[in-house]
Design a protein around this ligand. Structure first.
Ligand code: ZN
Length: 460
């Protein structure tokens, strides 16, 4: 997917930090350095060794902090940020399906191209400020389908991070709507996006789409090589729908329609049984785990430990909820312990794998990003903890990343060797301006929502 680098080849060195490589050997290098030429990583190792061979034009001092690969969010909805803090005058949903019916679907219907742009701008900025350099986004909006991915792409490019973006095809209003969604994905795929903005095909969930649409997506994916993502057995409604209508469990139905495979990412997989996990394993299908969203929506706990034991590639996502990867990692770290009532379950390293290399692999990007290795894209995060109550060393760094560090500790971020966050400030956009654009859009959306769906009234 990635082309050879053609740009001014600036030599840049990041030094004086503990390098958490996330490479195959999971090397952690104390007093390490990362040498970057142009957009690619040229050397990784001990500071003294790297410095001997590499003459930088610019040096970034990690000041004894942590140098990690850029984090990868395996599943998000950038537009989710527009609902943050809103108060709803609605009958509170009592389960996940009602949550969609009473909150998210009315919001989807009220979204405009302006909302898509402004939310992509503010969400991308939140990702950048907290260390996520690549995300996989699914936008949903039945009244803003055609051309919307261009608006999201523009925002992602302005902030300077990477995004795999898509439109969520669904047939919850009518049959034709799903094919318009697919068409928008295919239009965007045909535009041959650059290495920062990539494309995929997104389906909402099996309970809002027909077999015909799934088959069309399978065919489109095989023709274009595009990754497909779909919400899978997030709430019980998805499972019940498939059992009642098709006599099959969700993953079973998707498998029978030819959707499973290494180019498919199933989001959630909360309500899946052993047989379904076996289908996922056999087909090398990928899973995006969203613990904070699953807790918020009270849908249950995905069997991530079983998935990992089976060798299934699981990436960590936020599902459009909290954009700080450290909060998401911390939640994944503790959620599975309480779920299994076993503190040995889910190590810090396992969590980090989900948030970096495994999420990258899920989208076919494992050879380009997700770890600090020679030849890979220079997507790097420099963390300078503001408070550190205990020593930071090669043996404590995984624990600190999961238990101590917050997004606010992210000091510098590079994407393709370009510094896009410096001393906690973005270099390509102004934070005030982004917030202003986002607030204006959210305020208009909340007002408009009351007109589109009078039963969902927002309290001003
Ligand atoms: Zn989602």
């Amino acid at each position: 997917m990635f082309q050879p680098v053609i740009c001014v080849e600036r030599a840049l060195l990041i030094e004086n930090g503990i390098v958490v490589t996330m490479d195959l050997q999971r090397r952690v290098i104390p007093d390490g350095s990362v040498a970057i030429r142009g957009a690619a990583i040229e050397a990784v190792g001990k500071r003294t060794e790297v410095k001997r061979k590499f003459k930088p034009e610019l040096t970034i001092d990690a000041e004894g902090g942590i140098i990690t690969p850029g984090f990868v969010c395996a599943h998000t909805h950038l537009y989710g940020i527009l609902l943050r803090g809103s108060s709803l005058r609605i009958h509170p949903p009592t389960d996940f399906t009602q949550n969609l019916q009473r909150i998210w679907w009315p919001v989807d219907e009220a979204l405009t191209h302006e909302d898509a742009y402004s939310s992509a701008l503010s969400a991308s900025l939140e990702f950048l400020r907290t260390g996520t350099t690549t995300f996989a986004d699914t936008y949903s909006g039945p009244n803003s389908i055609e051309g919307v991915l261009d608006h999201i792409a523009r925002a992602v490019e302005e902030v300077g991070i990477r995004g795999v973006i898509s439109f969520e095809a669904t047939q919850r209003h009518n049959h034709e709507e799903g094919f318009r969604g697919l068409k928008e994905n295919l239009r965007f795929i045909a535009k041959k996006q650059n290495q920062k903005v990539m494309s995929m095909i997104s389906l909402h969930a099996s309970f809002t789409i027909s077999d015909e649409l799934i088959k069309a997506v399978v065919e489109s994916s095989s023709k274009t090589g595009a990754t497909v993502t779909i919400h899978t057995s997030e709430g019980l409604g998805d499972l019940y729908h498939n059992l009642e209508r098709y006599g099959k469990r969700t993953v079973e139905r998707l498998n029978d329609l030819g959707l499973l495979g290494p180019k498919t990412v199933l989001a959630h997989c909360v309500n899946v049984n052993r047989d379904e996990l076996e289908l996922i394993r056999k087909s090398d299908t990928r899973v995006a785990h969203n613990p904070m969203s699953n807790m918020l929506n009270a849908v249950g706990v995905a069997p991530v430990t079983k998935m990992r034991n089976l060798g299934i590639t699981v990436g960590l996502g936020n599902d459009g909820y909290i954009f700080d990867v450290f909060e998401n990692m911390r939640t994944a770290f503790i959620l599975h312990k309480i779920h299994h009532r076993d503190p040995r379950v889910m190590t810090p390293l396992e969590v980090l794998e989900m948030a970096t290399i495994n999420a990258a692999k899920s989208y076919g990007l494992g050879d380009a990003i997700g770890s600090i290795e020679v030849g890979k894209r220079a997507d790097i995060v420099v963390i300078k903890p503001k408070l550190l109550p205990t020593p930071l060393s090669a043996s404590s760094v995984y624990g600190h990343l999961v238990n101590t560090i917050d997004g606010d500790d992210v000091d510098t971020v590079l994407v393709d060797g370009e510094v896009v966050l410096q001393e906690r400030r973005p270099t390509k956009v102004k934070m005030d301006k982004v917030s202003q654009i986002s607030r204006r859009s959210a305020s208009k959306l909340w007002r408009r929502l009351a007109k589109v769906k009078p039963q969902v009234d927002y309290i001003k």
